[in-house]
Design a binder for this molecule. Sequence first.
Ligand SMILES: C[S@@+](CC[C@H](N)C(=O)[O-])C[C@H]1O[C@@H](n2cnc3c(N)ncnc32)[C@H](O)[C@@H]1O
Length: 226
Amino acid sequence: MQTPSRAVTSNQTGLHPRLAEHVDRHARCEFLRPLAPSGLEPFEQAITTWQSHGGSLIIDAGCGVGLSTRKLAHQFPDAFVIGVDQSAHRLQRQTRWQGSEPSNFITVRADLVDFWQRMALARIQPLRHYLLYPNPWPKKAQLQRRWHGHPIFPTLLRLGGHLECRSNWKIYIDEMALALTQLTGLEVPTEQWLVDPAIALTPFEQKYVTSGHTLWRCAIHLPPSD
Ligand SMILES: C[S@@+](CC[C@H](N)C(=O)[O-])C[C@H]1O[C@@H](n2cnc3c(N)ncnc32)[C@H](O)[C@@H]1O
């Protein structure tokens, strides 16, 4: 039996008081981190595979073992799903999948910050984009490590598409929704995400729900960028 997962604990008990300030600062200055040369090959491999397959693009950002990548590919047979994760260890783990695997997906080892920058430069816009159970970085001092507190966030939004984030830490989703509203002007509701563990989309979702955690979600249709 799986060891139950502990709920997120934090010295931050509500929305981060400096969230809006960080989001604003990142939106005002372009993120100029030099691209890592090592990120070029996985990016080109993923994009070439998608283009030769065809279909709209779905990104599974931080895909872990890639179970959600396969499930999304199954759910959206006319699209092509790219699962991106920096952990070779996770990507190489055997994913429990029964039957023949869908052909419309690929998983790549890459740093998302680099991958998103390259997508923006190449003007590649996904139809859907999933941030499923990102590392919460729950300490108050770790705001910049959460995706909405990271300088890459405005670039991620410019990619457009339907963006969805799920977490077992409500504060993460409340902050993500606020940051999305701040940069788009659109209302972004947050909701409790009720899941049957038998059909959980990801291993973390499955682990959290069987451990009795409450799950949260927010989603937005991002306006197309120029
Ligand atoms: C908590 S796990 C969730 C994995 C999966 N989405 C799930 O729900 O089972 C977070 C994942 O994000 C990946 N990750 C974190 N930062 C990343 C980055 N900068 N680039 C690529 N992957 C990253 C980690 O390697 C890890 O697999």
